[in-house]
Design a protein around this ligand. Structure first.
Ligand SMILES: [Zn+2]
Length: 162
């Protein structure tokens, strides 16, 4: 019987997926771990049974090509790496389910035929808050959108600091 793996991206960690108390197979990538800068989160990861795996360079290339085609060019190395890992898991005859709250990641996942699951199923944890900003003129946006209203540059995002 093939196995199901839940693949966590950065937003999954910040949204508080119950990764220390679960019987499910949880996996993520080294790039996600290094992008999760919160110390408490890192401690939880160290205590958890999350497997840290890396997709193949060939699958990384497939993901980059797909992201180019969908216009999601601002994805981080961590975003790309979780999608490549999903492809690897699927290739091995197992089932990867991506846990992500990131619009661009979900978009590219759907193009690649990767199953995605929305994050906020337990309804207790606060959702990670992102700030979207224009790298050219610096205007900030509270809601995700593709381009800057002022200058048309593609927006980037970062986690809101508390
Ligand atoms: Zn702008």
């Amino acid at each position: 019987m093939n196995q199901q793996y839940l693949v966590l991206d950065t937003t999954a960690f910040y949204a508080g997926v119950p990764y220390t108390n679960t019987t499910e197979n949880l996996v993520t990538t080294p790039d996600v771990i290094s992008e999760v800068s919160n110390e408490r989160t890192r401690t939880l990861i160290a205590l958890s049974k999350i497997n840290v795996l890396q997709g193949t360079p060939a699958n990384m290339k497939k993901v980059k090509d797909a992201a180019t085609k969908t216009g999601d060019n601002s994805m981080s190395q961590a975003d790309l790496s979780v999608l490549a890992l999903c492809l690897n898991i699927n290739e091995e005859g197992n089932e990867a389910i991506l846990l992500s709250d990131d619009f661009a990641v979900e978009n590219v996942a759907s193009r690649l035929g990767i199953k995605a699951r929305p994050l906020m199923t337990n309804g207790i944890q606060a959702k990670a808050e992102w700030i979207f900003f224009c790298p050219a003129c610096g205007k900030k946006y509270q809601k995700q959108r593709a381009d800057c209203l002022v200058c048309g540059t593609k927006l980037e995002k970062r986690l809101k600091k508390n």
